[in-house]
Design a protein around this ligand. Structure first.
Ligand code: IMP
Ligand code: MG
Length: 189
């Protein structure tokens, strides 16, 4: 059987909708480990609460939390801004809120991709109002030149060109989250 974490082969069930590999599985893996090491150093005195933004950040969160050598806590929230299209509507809806109290906590938002930045901007204000001691962002991907609102991102995995991408948690119409690499999407939406 081919390796599950394969860089050489594009998943055959998806290949007709995928373009080039933007970030390979190995590159993701290496970078996530680096981010984990950095977060371990930066938060050594105050282990953070990791807030995963569902659903796109699930793969990233799962790997990142295991790369951090601190007693982190995790929580999840779900927002929806896209519907089924590939461009943001700018309207963010909270689909699932956090379970834990943020007051006095060092909160690190774990996001899949910052495109226009509208989703993150909304989240920052929404969570910032709950009096965390600190509120920072760890984004796997940052799309170059797309941000409509200035973003202060403490951690960024990769800066990529402004293509629509799928894989490693990122979807189009809920598909392709289960790919280990990140690809441009060339199929029909
Ligand atoms: P923003 O509000 O424009 O920054 O968009 C952020 C959200 O849109 C992300 O959290 C993703 O869920 C989604 N998104 C943006 N770009 C892509 C992409 O290229 N592929 C899949 N989802 C994306
Ligand atoms: Mg999404």
């Amino acid at each position: 059987m081919e390796s599950l974490h394969s860089d050489e082969f594009t998943a055959h069930w998806a290949e007709h909708d995928l373009g080039e590999v933007v970030v390979s599985a190995k590159e993701v893996n290496d970078r996530v480990r680096e981010l984990g090491r950095q977060i371990t150093l930066d938060y050594a005195k105050n282990p953070p609460l990791l807030v995963c933004v569902l659903k796109g950040a699930i793969n990233f969160m799962s790997d990142l939390m295991r790369a951090i050598e601190l007693p982190v806590e995790v929580d999840f929230m779900a927002v929806s801004s896209y519907g089924a299209a590939t461009k943001t509507s700018g309207v963010v809806r909270i689909v699932k809120d956090l379970d834990v109290d943020l007051a006095g906590r060092d909160v690190l938002i774990v996001e899949d991709v910052v495109d226009s930045g509208l989703t993150l901007n909304y989240l920052r204000q929404y969570l910032g109002a709950r009096n965390p001691r600190s509120l920072e962002v760890c984004a796997l991907l940052l799309k170059e030149g797309e941000q409509r609102v200035e973003q202060k991102l403490k951690y960024v995995g990769f800066t990529i060109e402004s293509h629509f991408v799928v894989g490693y948690g990122l979807d189009v119409n809920e598909r392709y989250r289960n790919l280990d690499a990140i690809y441009t999407f060339t199929g029909q939406v």
